[in-house]
Design a protein around this ligand. Structure first.
Ligand code: IPE
Ligand code: IPE
Ligand code: MG
Length: 255
């Protein structure tokens, strides 16, 4: 850890400039384990502990939406043993977390093609969603069996079906109508995307929604991503000027 990050604290953050929606690509579990001569699944296990710490902290900081990329549509192609182990971990996590979500007033949601998940996990997820439905603190969204391109294709199909049924008109389609057909309906676009584990790519995550998000990449692996690392990313975000196509002068005049 650099000297700067070791001195960063929660109190360095400006609460009025926190991202309304933080999305995270939690990467580097396998390499973290391999570097320690451990099986990859031990990295995923350690990663769950990071999830717990980061979820709790984001909720305490007052972040309204936290979205975590937990399993991609492409991750099904991993060795069966790893996929099975990940599913078991997921089930255990959801079961264990519901009481904590209730205590922290967290509302739970999912995005992705849930139908591909084992049925017992689908049931566990549905239970967590309905139990936490009336909580109004942070919304925690897990992306599971999620792929951005698949999401866009599904949205196009759903819209086309409505047109055929006479419930939608092609001419009325605009960005916000299209967005309402995505998994993320009623979730604002991410303000900040963090990717741990050193890769600088999006890996099919939230392709539509990330159009104007700030991106933050760190070499730190997910199992090692600490609260200080989170503060560091948030501080970096707070120092940025979001221009949305305008000039810097225009943006500063609007403030
Ligand atoms: C991210 O860690 C977790 C999932 C994709 C499920 P990885 O398992 O991709 O870890 P690396 O990238 O191999 O280190
Ligand atoms: C992205 O990580 C998916 C998740 C974090 C769930 P990957 O490890 O699957 O991404 P690639 O394959 O390296 O791009
Ligand atoms: Mg990876």
């Amino acid at each position: 850890m650099t000297e700067k990050s070791s001195s960063i604290d929660r109190s360095d953050l400006l609460s009025e400039r926190l991202p309304g929606h933080l999305a995270i690509i939690m990467d580097g579990n396998g390499r973290w384990a391999k570097a320690r001569m451990l099986p990859r699944i031990m990295g995923h296990r350690k990663g769950v502990q990071t999830v717990q710490a980061i979820v709790e902290e984001c909720s305490e900081l007052g972040i309204k939406f936290l979205t975590l990329y937990a399993f991609s549509a492409e991750n099904w192609l991993r060795p069966k043993t790893e996929v099975t182990a990940l599913m078991m971990l997921l089930k255990k996590y959801i079961k264990m977390e519901v009481p904590r979500m209730m205590r922290n007033n967290i509302r739970f949601r999912t995005i992705g093609n849930l139908k591909e998940l084992p049925e017992d996990i689908q049931a566990e997820l549905e239970n967590a969603i309905s139990e936490t439905a009336s909580n109004n603190g942070m919304t925690l969204t897990l992306a599971l069996s999620y792929g951005g391109r698949q999401e866009l294709v599904n949205a196009a199909k759903s819209f086309a079906a409505k047109v055929i049924a006479g419930e939608q008109r092609i001419d009325d389609l605009d960005e916000s109508t299209f967005a309402s057909f995505l998994y993320t309906d009623n979730i604002p676009d991410p303000d900040l995307l963090i990717r741990t584990g050193g890769e600088m790519r999006i890996s099919n995550f939230l392709l539509w929604q990330l159009a104007y998000s700030e991106l933050y990449f760190t070499e730190t692996s997910w199992p090692e991503f600490s609260l200080k690392e989170l503060y560091k990313a948030l501080l970096d975000y707070q120092a940025r000027e979001r221009r949305f196509g305008l000039t810097g002068e225009q943006v500063r005049n609007l403030m």
